[in-house]
Design a protein around this ligand. Sequence first.
Ligand code: NAG
Ligand code: NAG
Ligand code: NAG
Ligand code: NAG
Ligand code: NAG
Ligand code: NAG
Ligand code: ZN
Length: 930
Amino acid sequence: MLVILFLSLLSSSSATPGDLFHTRLDNVTNKYEGYRLPNTTIPFRYDINLNIPEEALTGGNTSYSGTVNILFEVSESTNKIVLHSLVDIYNLSLSTSNSSVQIVNNTVDKTRETITILTATTLSANIDYTLYITFNASLEPVNMLGFYRSEYTVANGTKEYLATTQFESTDARRAFPCFDEPGFKAVFTLTLQHPVGFEAIANTPVMSTFPTAKSITTLFEDTPTMSTYLLAFTISKFVCMKFITSDVDGIPISVCARSHFENDTILALEYGVQVLDALDTWTGYPYKSTNIGKMDQLAIPDFSAGAMENWGMVNYREYLLIYNPEYTSNLYKQRMLSVIAHEFTHMWFGNLVTLQWWSYTFLNEGFARYFQYFLLNKINSSQNYEIEKQFIIEQQQTAFIVDSHSSSGSLTSEAFTPKEINNKFGTISYNKGASVIRMVENVIGSTVFQTAIQKYLANNAFSSTTPEILWNTISNDVPNGLLPDGLNFTQVIDAWTYRPGFPVITANLRGNNVVLSQKRFSYNTSFSDSTQWYVPITYMTSNKNYSTNATWLLPNSTLTLDARNFSWLIINHNSAGYYRVHYDTTLRTKLVRALLEDHLQITDVNRAQILDDMLNLARGHYVKYSEVFQFVNYLKKEMSYYPWYTAVRGLNYLIVRLGLESTLGQRVASLLLDQFNNVTANVSYVDLNATGHVDSLKWPLLWSTACRLGHPTCIVEAKKQFRLLRINGTSINPNIRDVIYCNALRYSDNSSADWEFLWKRLHSVDQPHETIYILMALGCTKNKELLSYYLDQSINSSSIIRVQDVATVWSAVHSSSSVGLQVALEKFMKNHSNIINYYSGGITLLSGIADRFTTEAHVAQIQNLMNQQESNSTLGKAVKNALDSSRENLKWQSSIKNDLEAYFGIVEPSSATSFGVSMTLLLLSLIIIV
Ligand SMILES: *[C@@H]1O[C@H](CO)[C@@H](O)[C@H](O)[C@H]1NC(C)=O
Ligand SMILES: *[C@@H]1O[C@H](CO)[C@@H](O)[C@H](O)[C@H]1NC(C)=O
Ligand SMILES: *[C@@H]1O[C@H](CO)[C@@H](O)[C@H](O)[C@H]1NC(C)=O
Ligand SMILES: *[C@@H]1O[C@H](CO)[C@@H](O)[C@H](O)[C@H]1NC(C)=O
Ligand SMILES: *[C@@H]1O[C@H](CO)[C@@H](O)[C@H](O)[C@H]1NC(C)=O
Ligand SMILES: *[C@@H]1O[C@H](CO)[C@@H](O)[C@H](O)[C@H]1NC(C)=O
Ligand SMILES: [Zn+2]
């Protein structure tokens, strides 16, 4: 699955649950009693029949009915069967091949989402049992999970409906009763009865169809042995583009979407063929040999995640599968290719070889994230993407951010409840998982890595794995001499797998030596953790001496490097390892001098890495921001995307925490803006395609930052291009269209007219990328009434804004200006019950808003909300979390103020004044709440 994370870069608490590695399991077992199914009943085949009536797909009642036959055996004598179910069961029976087994009773447990069946006689091993269940259920109409309904409007204004599935992680049980754990793999036979005029698509090819006057019954071929969360089906009027000329191993590939996009699916089809081919080659395990029989990719109008790797039927949000050069930026074009690579990687990592339990989500998602980047090196159309550099700044550096919180969980942190399982789909499993995998490859070499992974896949095909299985497979293949003496790979990788966090390596110059030591990195100065890692040390020096093979820094030990022959030294060359480096003042001064003299003597990735380490060391109070600004000042000469990306992220964090409109926020903004003159001189806003792929990523980043901070040329240009679009219909380069739209509204002289122009355009242009640009831009206005109207529309079921986009809309509003933040906060306070009723993700909007708080007055407003809630209600808990994290943020803000004020020469304002202001706001907020 590909999840869309908002605010992961700003969020002050990690999304992963606390690490339970060192919690005694007997304690844990009590609390989580009943969440795991007993392992005594083992299903091996499902025969599912679902009957979806016409009204469910014409906008009426969403009820459907179904039956399921589950064949299972027992591993030891038992008279209890426990399985998952969130459907309405009205008949149950149990039999062997020649007799029936009497059922005493069954008990439904709503909390654990299970049904427990007691049998009159004891079931015994070596007999196949069949559990037959008939049930009623409904297509979920709003929240896009389980078996759910989606809708769209065709050109003549008619609404069309479709039904599709999203089962990962724990929602197959909403569609039919099943043993809904990834380790229970079985063969699925599916039969769908659905209205005429619709076609059914599922994991495997259609075996036969039986049309009658009122309905069609579609039978599908058996699936391979697989987990319940990978089952999928869609009933729609989609149009499919098929790949016919020369297919991968004779596997038919197609892309299906609503007919409106019939001409915009070709690129996804081409990418799909290239990706599947590259994965076939890399894994040495042809897709065809799994007997899934086909590969369909579907663009779903309403979809909660980014994409889902159902075996043979991958679902995507429309913007990740639809390509139209008039609307699609290079950024989204790359994202399409990388998401296809991510999902197709799951056909091996996840579908063929599955995690045994969700605690090991990184075994699926870490590999998918890794190949989402590195497979692109094997594909012709992405040779100029500089994919490894993008990986470092986008994945590794963001993993560090989340993994720097004391609450961060390990790659293998435990999960029991659906909510905890859901939380495993976050930055740690994806970004850290992929970063650790890359570090492993860097240590053992690409050839050994590929050979070992091929064995891992072949040995565990159609089965389930744990990290031990993966690491032991690699361990057997690692050549002598690459690891610390006397250790095998399993031992070396242990702390990286089972412990949260990562080390910061301190580098101290001592005479002729540099001495390295380690400690867990944390943003929290009072946090302490004695974890030690086996750290692969590489370096690069001013005289181009470097090590590619790692030297090891061992736990509770130091490593000494000879420092006689260089002026500067960079540890962790090209960010090959998952750790940060903290240089002492002397070594740091040498680096600053090198950057200011001739930054090109240091590679662009190393420059980005130094900036990222320094900005985050400052965030964690290892150094002062004033010391880091020396590094920032070299950016005046910087032309490369990567250091800019890192610098903008790191300084933007500081600006957000201070508030852009505060005195200090303004100073930091000017400091950043001062760096832009060189890099933005002579860049056309129009001809962005001519300068190469990475440049087409760089310019939108730079211009959006510059415009936001008030760069005059940028603002003039944005207004000009927007005016030309409005008056003459002059098209704006899609690579920069979102920047132009947003800033034209932000700096508009006629906010209503400009805003309405885009609002109308949202209704008239039905293209997924244009929709995203506009949804983001509409939040950029500083007009309170428009922002308030916009938020109202986002939670109005008859507006054009889909539930999947509500979080985007709110984020656009609250992150775009202090006016937007205030409007969003007030809207949430007044309407929280409507919002939470409107859709299940409503409650999460609060944490995004609270993450932007910069004053006591902000906090005081939700303190009031807190006082009105039951502390253990869902909202009460969310408010408590928001309060705690915003208080932490304010504390952090005050902890860096003295240093910044001294650096910028600001005289501290009297505390009486600021108290006066916050009291006024506090009173105002009281009025608002009532
Ligand atoms: C069980 O948990 C409690 C707190 O929830 C803790 O005080 C206690 O030490 C734990 N017991 C064990 C054996 O880990
Ligand atoms: C089933 O689970 C129990 C403990 O819950 C464990 O001791 C046993 O080894 C497991 N059996 C199988 C076949 O996995
Ligand atoms: C089911 O049967 C068991 C054993 O007779 C009994 O303890 C339990 O209370 C029954 N449950 C229900 C819901 O009737
Ligand atoms: C609208 O178009 C669809 C096909 O795209 C057709 O099935 C439907 O009958 C049309 N409705 C009207 C009111 O013309
Ligand atoms: C797709 O392209 C064909 C040929 O250019 C055209 O006739 C058709 O209208 C296009 N379809 C859509 C939905 O734009
Ligand atoms: C690695 O070493 C440990 C400790 O000596 C041992 O228990 C383990 O079996 C070894 N693993 C492999 C894959 O050799
Ligand atoms: Zn995934």
